[in-house]
Design a protein around this ligand. Structure first.
Ligand code: BTN
Length: 331
């Protein structure tokens, strides 16, 4: 309820009487008082004035990143519920998979401020220092054929791209793109990565976890990443509110996911995805374990596979098996 009271106070901007909160949430005065007290303990500046009620003082500089703040920003119907927040954990993908095995519901969200064993694609690690970036995982239980599930990563990348675009001023928006299958890039550098893992049977998906890392805050990059990675803060020159970005993303993803469950393919997103693709019409090197080759990337098909023209034929590259590099580096 704390998150909902926070939303109520934030939207009202003026004083709200204790009685109005009691009536709205159907709880006692003591329950409201306790919730307000807890919010104040969490650092929210809430003025309490006799005969007027409660008023939330917006603290422009402060960023509250925790369960209450995220909940207070959510506008989704089901995605992001329940929400687990960890000031520090090993990996939100690990947390999500363990919860999934215990029967946790579809839509659950696992967010951390810091990961001690963050994982990237292809067995790499994902540096996850505290205090400025986003690390989160969604648990989904889609009732679709298992061979369709890998497209969910592309759907998530599209939703994230849209959410990130909303944070950028008009002139910066064209800098956002997607490197197939699911890296979100900003000015040619990686700003986000997605690691999707799943548990399936031949005909049935038990669960899918979509783990997303977004470089929101400024970061010291190791030498090998210095010209390949960036953060939103680096581009914007100021911090972004992680809870607002997360909520915006979840809103986009909820819509797209529901459409995807109907189509079970990328028809509804294909054109938009191809427009955002930074690989399209570029020469790429396909790192296929069965043999590497070079070709011209044409865009994705309705199954989310990358079409690559090589030696007079068009090959369909499936994201699960191979990786694609630009001829001169990351893109
Ligand atoms: C990549 O290699 O590009 C994918 C990186 C995915 C990182 C995120 S951070 C949240 C979630 N938890 C993890 O351990 N990994 C993913």
């Amino acid at each position: 309820m704390r998150g909902k009271i926070l939303t109520f106070l934030r939207e009202r901007k003026d004083y709200v009487s204790g009685q109005e909160l009691c009536d709205f949430f159907g709880v006692s005065r003591t329950a409201v008082w306790k919730a307000i007290h807890k919010l104040q303990e969490e650092g929210y500046q809430i003025e309490a004035v006799t005969n007027r009620g409660y008023h939330l003082v917006e603290q422009e500089q402060a960023e509250f990143f925790g369960a209450t703040e995220i909940e207070s920003r959510l506008h989704t119907k089901w995605l992001g519920t329940p929400l687990y927040f960890y000031p520090e954990t090993d990996s939100t993908n690990v947390r999500a998979k363990l919860a999934a095995e215990e029967g946790e519901q579809s839509g659950a969200l696992f967010v951390a401020d810091k990961q001690t064993a963050g994982r990237g694609r292809r067995g790499r690690s994902w540096e996850s220092p505290a205090g400025g970036n986003m690390y989160f995982t969604l648990l989904l239980r889609p009732k679709i054929a298992p061979d369709r599930a890998s497209m969910l990563t592309l759907v998530a990348a599209m939703a994230l791209t849209k959410a990130i675009k909303d944070f950028l001023p008009k002139e910066e928006k064209p800098k956002v793109g997607i490197k197939w299958p699911n890296d979100v890039v900003l000015g040619g550098r990686k700003v986000s990565g997605i690691l999707t893992e799943m548990s399936t049977e031949p005909e049935h998906i038990h669960y899918v976890v979509i783990g997303i890392g977004v470089n929101t805050g400024r970061q010291e990059w190791p030498e090998e990443l210095a010209d390949k990675a960036t953060s939103l803060e680096e581009t914007l020159g100021h911090k972004v509110n992680r809870s607002v970005l997360l909520a915006r993303f979840l809103e986009e993803l909820e819509k797209a996911y529901e459409t995807f469950l109907g189509t079970e393919d990328m028809t509804f997103l294909r054109e938009e995805y191809n427009e955002l693709s930074v690989n399209r019409e570029k020469m790429v090197r396909v790192l296929d374990p069965k043999g590497e080759y070079e070709g011209l990337a044409l865009g994705i098909n309705n199954r989310g596979e990358l079409l690559v023209e090589t030696q007079g034929e068009v090959r369909e590259v499936y994201a699960g098996e191979v990786s694609v590099r630009g001829m001169l580096g990351y893109i």
